[in-house]
Design a protein around this ligand. Structure first.
Ligand SMILES: NC(=O)c1ccc[n+]([C@@H]2O[C@H](COP(=O)([O-])OP(=O)(O)OC[C@H]3O[C@@H](n4cnc5c(N)ncnc54)[C@H](OP(=O)(O)O)[C@@H]3O)[C@@H](O)[C@H]2O)c1
Length: 325
């Protein structure tokens, strides 16, 4: 099968589009014929091996442990292991795997769910990583409650577009979204009660305060973000892109966690996890229309390096997806 393979960390040209063996199917595994594969900013980090912290986090010290990149997948079940009870060949599924930038991907059955019929495979492949992150940041790290005032920074990005919808439609919060001028209408259409164009307005000028701030972009210092919190408010650092080689965008999260015990604000980070229960929840929200993926653009599988380059520029408007078959 064709796949993007990586044998060393480095610039995007370490990715080779080549023929590899189909992954072996374990007893609890599902082999998926990939139709679409979601792309997100984390892929750039896994290709380059930066920040170095991620190598220590188990992805491989000198070279990546998994050769094929890509986590988010939507496709049809091609084969199942003998212990698989939830799926059979032909089922349309979505979820996560190790190696979706390929024609076939293998993953444990718990990482997949049936694709909602109202979504096409591009929309379904856009969901898992960003959806998990938005859900877990709001619910688990943020402990969001109905009626709270929630500010989402990076509201038009991959995580932000899910976070705005979840905060408004699922958790019943009053949502303010922060984005650039051209994305104001998009963020409003996702259910934000108020949209702040950060090129014109400073949300941290002290005139407004929020119970919960979810920060997915912009690298604003923790001290500045705290100025926009209510006295007992919560800040959740989801991520941000920097060129720092050791910690990258994680340094702000670490600083917030270190400061947390000494201040009245709750300062939290989030490390999203692939949970079967959360995939099932997201599926319900997608089915009943409370969540609709926003697709910025699609690329062919062979164009994966361009897709990663585009995402890494940090100007995405929703999600980027590679179409495979
Ligand atoms: N902690 C975790 O588990 C986890 C999981 C997934 C992702 N992440 C990280 O979270 C971050 C966001 O991911 P993503 O997928 O949402 O990224 P994305 O799709 O690339 O979106 C980034 C968004 O940031 C906006 N932006 C850029 N500068 C901004 C600024 N100064 N103020 C406000 N918004 C700004 C951009 O829109 P404009 O053009 O409007 O500026 C863009 O829509 C990344 O760093 C990613 O690595 C963390």
């Amino acid at each position: 099968m064709k796949a993007f393979v990586q044998d060393a960390y480095g610039p995007l040209d370490v990715l080779r589009f080549t023929d590899v063996e189909q992954p072996a199917v374990g007893d609890d595994d599902v082999l998926v014929r990939v139709h679409s594969a979601g792309v997100d900013p984390g892929v750039w980090h896994l290709v380059t091996g930066r920040p170095y912290l991620l190598r220590l986090a188990g992805y491989g010290l000198r070279a990546p442990k998994d050769r094929v990149r890509g986590m988010d997948v939507a496709g049809s079940v091609h084969a199942v292991g003998r212990d698989v009870t939830r799926f059979r060949p032909g089922d349309e599924v979505f979820g996560t795997c190790r190696g979706s930038f390929a024609e076939y991907a293998c993953t444990p059955q718990s990482r997949l769910a049936l694709k909602p019929a109202n979504l096409d495979s591009v929309q379904a492949a856009a969901v898992p990583t960003s959806g998990f992150t938005a859900l877990q940041a709001l619910r688990d790290s943020g402990r969001v409650r109905p009626g709270q005032r929630v500010l989402i920074i990076g509201a038009a990005g991959g995580v932000g577009t899910f976070a705005v919808q979840l905060a408004a439609e699922v958790f019943g919060a009053h949502v303010s979204g922060v984005c650039s001028t051209g994305k104001v209408e998009l963020v409003r259409s996702l259910g934000a009660d108020e949209v702040i164009d950060y090129t014109r307005e400073d949300f941290a000028d002290g005139t407004r305060r929020w119970d919960l701030i979810l920060d997915t972009a912009g690298n604003r210092p923790v001290g500045l973000l705290r100025r926009a919190l209510t006295p007992k408010g919560t800040l959740v650092i989801v991520g941000s892109e920097t060129k720092e080689r050791w910690f990258g965008g994680v340094d702000r999260m670490l600083r917030a966690l270190a400061l947390g015990p000494f201040v009245g604000h709750r300062l939290r980070g989030v490390v999203s996890t692939e949970r079967a229960e959360d995939l099932a929840l997201l599926r319900e929200y997608l089915k009943d229309g409370r969540l609709t993926p926003v697709i910025d653009r699609t690329y062919a599988l062979a164009e994966i390096p361009e897709a990663i380059r585009y995402i890494h520029e940090g100007r995405a408007r929703g999600k980027v997806v590679a179409t495979v078959a």
